[in-house]
Design a protein around this ligand. Structure first.
Ligand SMILES: Nc1ncccc1[N+](=O)[O-]
Length: 235
């Protein structure tokens, strides 16, 4: 998979050189391009924002630098034979990011992330990009960040770890929260007793059927208690 990021803070993404994603990049499983939006702002001060039409507080990101940045990335995509990649604009006005979306995006050949700042990006950038790529506005939750960089980092981690070969043991991806729609069961390791707290005896029984049943019940109980909205109908 190829990932391109447009941002005014390219240094934000140096963290993607480490850990699993760093190894995936070294192994060639993920290609990463971080593009500084200011490289596409050709005035002397490399301005990327301006005051909003219609008034109001804050600044809006100008369309020209975005248009040139998107065109430059799409031109390179076409040269690599990728037509209509997905462009993701993190936005509190977007559709809520879920594990299902992470799974969906993990099958794409290329993802482009457009990190807005200030009060957002001129709407015409989204409208223009939609004529040349599959555009998705995606939200990490009902709260407001100062820009799309942290949201992009979270999505890249959630998506990247699903790409075959990135996570050492693919089996570990199966029994996780949200992988089967429910929250995961509690986990324990040695010692069996710690500060007067015991590991549930069933986990020491060696009875795999009883262990699987206990874990499923724990998932349901935890999901009922913490996230009843995730419960499948008639549970
Ligand atoms: N919540 C957000 N606030 C600002 C930018 C992006 C956001 N998001 O969730 O993707």
């Amino acid at each position: 998979m190829r990932i391109d990021i447009v941002t005014i803070f390219p240094e934000f993404f140096s963290v993607l050189d480490v850990s699993l994603l760093g190894k995936a990049r070294q192994a060639g499983r993920i290609g990463l391009g971080v593009h500084d939006l200011r490289d596409y702002a050709y005035d002397r001060h490399r301005t990327v924002d301006d005051t909003p039409y219609g008034g109001g507080a804050g600044m809006v990101m100008r369309p020209e630098p975005w248009g040139d940045a998107v065109d430059s990335i799409l031109y390179a995509s076409e040269a690599r034979g990728v037509t209509e990649p997905v462009i993701i604009f993190p936005s509190p006005a977007g559709e809520l990011f879920t594990q299902a979306m992470a799974q969906e995006f993990a099958t794409e050949r290329q993802l482009i992330f457009g990190c807005g700042r200030y009060e957002g990006i001129d709407q015409r950038v989204v409208d223009y990009a939609s004529t040349r790529a599959r555009v998705r506005l995606v939200s990490m939750g009902d709260y407001v960040l100062n820009g799309g960089e942290i949201a992009t980092m979270a999505m890249i981690e959630a998506i990247g770890r699903l790409i075959p070969g990135v996570v050492g043991n693919p089996a570990s991806l199966v029994e996780e929260s949200h992988s089967d729609g429910l929250l995961e069961y509690p986990s324990y390791t040695k010692p069996a007793a710690w500060r007067g707290l015991e590991v549930p005896p069933v986990l020491l029984s060696g009875n795999h059927g009883a262990i699987a049943a206990w874990r499923r019940e724990q998932q349901l109980e935890r999901t009922r208690r913490v996230r009843p909205d995730l419960l499948p109908p008639a549970v």
